[in-house]
Design a binder for this molecule. Structure first.
Ligand code: WTA
Length: 650
């Protein structure tokens, strides 16, 4: 556990749900929890029939005959896009705004549900014209433009499986993901705006596609007017849509058909394609979005996540659209053109719900309260955070300066694997504590256990597990059932899902997350495996051995620190240091670039040969090194520590 997190846990500071909020909240008692505890499969079945429009209603809730390969609503049939679009239009809600999209340069596009449906139908036909059909995989590599959700929905319309790859990934990382899923098509852009610069998406795709023989075509959205190289297999999005027929009926899908896969980092260098299916995932998205965000018809809801991550899937696209919500999508980062951008958008569009990452909040704090005070943000009624632990200082600042002490804050804990929020306060019900994710949503069963799998005592730290299946749970890792079993279901038995996070409960039974307990680090809310960084570094000709760790960072939560042993005959230099960090950026993506790169004559290992990661972390953080008597060569670390302190200006 991080010492900083431990020191921050303050169970005494409590914020009761604001009375005005609680009065109108969707959930103000525990009756849903109670109902789910009494009969969880019946609870989910009832909700599945109420919330989803099925082409064939399911008759079974959970099939748990073959754990951990659970199935939900397995004889049901539905189409996600019918639930997200058509049913609202048919009910007379076609003129409601689905998205107000704001481009980084300041251009805007307002898209109603009717217009979104029309675009999705044409895009779906364009995919069909390119030979994409049910079960085919489509990679989507775009900035946050409307065509990103439209592409996802177009796939879902015809039963193709989307694999969105975050636009910050480098060509080889994109190629790995395309190859793993044998994608047929890539949807990309001529470029993407990022902090006033253009990211050359198409060039990156061309480089990746050269390594991917399964790709037949590249569909290219015009966004930046950037000149791009062109081949016979490239098609402009606007040409393809113009040539496509306007109507495309939704393909009925089995509830257990794959909706999408999304790659995330595990403890090995190879990323895992997390598989989500149609029925259970949609139910999780719909209900958690309603419960946690207390959604009302007139809300203007803004989840700032990129669709390249799971938060963008569940809380920009599927949950909000299925709930007929009006959403904001902003193309750029919160820093561009200035740190006022988010508050300007909240003010102008009268945003009522704002959901972002702690990293963004910490960066916004750094910009000073003036940045938010210049704008009228009194339209806000609810705030949320996701992706990493929030430190109490950031929580309190968010509460006071953004929420005006009137908005509840929902600190939502979940994972790519869980599909939807698992732990969160309920805004009209829960007394919140800065830094605690409070407790489970109805139906979920978190249990904190020790090494042997026994529940720990109140106040003790342990491993967070989920001990009951839930509809939006991952079904497998693409193409690798064994890895799915080994990663999540082996540690404590095949009915206990291991999250990879540490946690503890306080004396009120509220849950506090303590960070990852595996080799995954969380940089600015992005999951990266230390092994991925290490294998990139040893792929460089100058490197013999490497160790990467996550070290505390005041803004990003964690930063990457890498320790490198050079091959014999290679001299360390500042150029090489920059070259190695740049190598990781070109291999994986800029967000994975080490903030601190240290040359080490040897890596500190115990006498039994284990790298002392704890010690490396202390070096990177400038902390006391403590007892190093078990080291093979204690002198080594003094040299590395001196270099770290110099690099970090200590
Ligand atoms: C971390 C993002 C503390 C956690 C939705 C988890 C959090 C990983 C929180 C999943 C939170 C997410 N408090 N930690 N509220 N939310 N995490 O798959 O370590 O990108 O395992 O999903 O982020 O990251 P992922």
């Amino acid at each position: 556990m991080s010492d900083a997190i431990e020191a921050h846990m303050d169970e005494t500071r409590r914020v009761a749900p604001p009375a005005e909020f609680a009065k109108h909240a969707r959930i103000h008692d525990r009756s849903l929890h109670d109902e789910a505890e009494a009969d969880f499969t019946g609870f989910w079945m009832k909700r599945a029939l109420e919330e989803i429009t099925w082409t064939k209603e399911p008759t079974v809730s959970l099939n748990d005959a073959n754990p951990p390969f659970y199935k939900w609503f397995e004889d049901g049939e539905l189409n996600l896009t019918y639930n997200c679009l058509d049913r609202h239009v048919e009910a007379g809600g076609g003129d409601k705004v689905a998205y107000t999209w704001i481009g980084e340069p300041g251009d805007e596009r307002v898209i109603t549900y009717r217009e979104l449906l029309a675009d999705v139908e044409r895009a779906a036909n364009a995919l069909k014209d390119l030979g994409v059909g049910k079960g085919d995989r489509v990679a989507i590599y775009l900035g946050m433009v409307p065509e990103l959700p439209i592409s996802m929905l177009a796939c879902a319309r015809i039963g193709a499986i989307h694999s969105v790859v975050f636009g910050g990934f480098a060509a080889s990382a994109l190629a790995d993901r395309i190859q793993d899923a044998s994608c047929k098509l890539v949807i990309t852009g001529d470029g993407a705006w990022r902090r006033g610069q253009i990211i050359p998406l198409k060039d990156i795709v061309d480089e990746a596609v050269a390594m991917c023989p399964t790709i037949e075509n590249v569909l290219v959205v015009r966004r930046t007017e950037q000149d791009v190289a062109w081949t016979d297999n490239d098609i402009w999005w606007h040409d393809a849509l113009a040539a496509a027929a306007p109507n495309c009926p939704p393909e009925p899908m089995n509830a257990e058909d794959v909706l999408f896969m999304l790659y995330t980092s595990g403890t090995t260098a190879k990323p895992k394609g997390i598989v989500h299916t149609s029925g259970g995932y949609l139910l999780g998205a719909i209900l958690s979005h309603q419960w946690v965000f207390d959604i009302r018809p007139d809300d203007v809801y803004w989840c700032t996540a990129d669709c390249g991550w799971v938060t963008g899937h569940t809380y920009v696209v599927y949950g909000p659209l299925a709930n007929h919500t009006t959403g904001i999508i902003y193309e750029g980062t919160p820093a561009h053109p200035t740190w006022e951008r988010h508050w300007e958008i909240v003010h102008k569009h009268k945003v009522t719900i704002y959901y972002t990452a702690p990293t963004a909040i910490r960066a916004l704090i750094k910009a000073g309260p003036e940045a938010v005070e210049k704008y009228d943000v009194s339209s806000l009624r609810l705030l949320g955070t996701v992706g990493e632990p929030i430190n109490p200082e950031a929580w309190i600042w968010y509460h006071e300066h953004v929420g005006g002490e009137r908005c509840p804050i929902v600190d939502t804990w979940w994972q790519t694997e869980t599909g939807s929020i698992v732990l969160s306060p309920l805004p009209g019900l829960s007394t919140t504590k800065p830094g605690s994710a409070i407790g489970p949503l109805p139906g979920m069963k978190p249990v904190i256990v020790d090494e042997q799998g026994a529940e720990v005592a109140t106040g003790d730290g342990g491993y967070l597990t989920l001990q009951r299946p839930w509809p939006s749970m991952l079904r497998t890792i693409w193409g690798d059932d064994q890895r799915f079993v080994d990663t999540y279901w082996n540690r404590f038995g095949n009915t206990v899902y291991f999250t990879g996070d540490g946690a503890r409960t306080d004396h009120d039974g509220d849950i506090w997350l303590l960070g990852r307990v595996d080799d995954v680090i969380n940089v600015a809310g992005h999951r990266i495996s230390t092994t991925e960084i290490e294998s990139s570094l040893v792929g460089h000709p100058a490197v013999a051995e490497a160790a990467a760790i996550g070290a505390e960072d005041p803004i990003k939560g964690e930063m990457i620190a890498a320790f490198v042993i050079l091959r014999d005959g290679i001299d360390q230099s500042e150029e090489l240091r920059a070259d190695l960090a740049g190598h990781v950026a070109t291999d994986i993506g800029k967000f994975a670039k080490p903030s601190l790169l240290l040359f080490a004559p040897d890596l500190p290992k115990t006498r039994s040969g284990k790298i002392m990661r704890r010690l490396l972390k202390n070096i990177a953080e400038g902390k006391e090194l403590g007892d190093a008597t078990t080291l093979r060569d204690p002198a080594i670390i003094q040299t590395i520590k001196a270099d770290a302190d110099r690099q970090m200006g200590r």
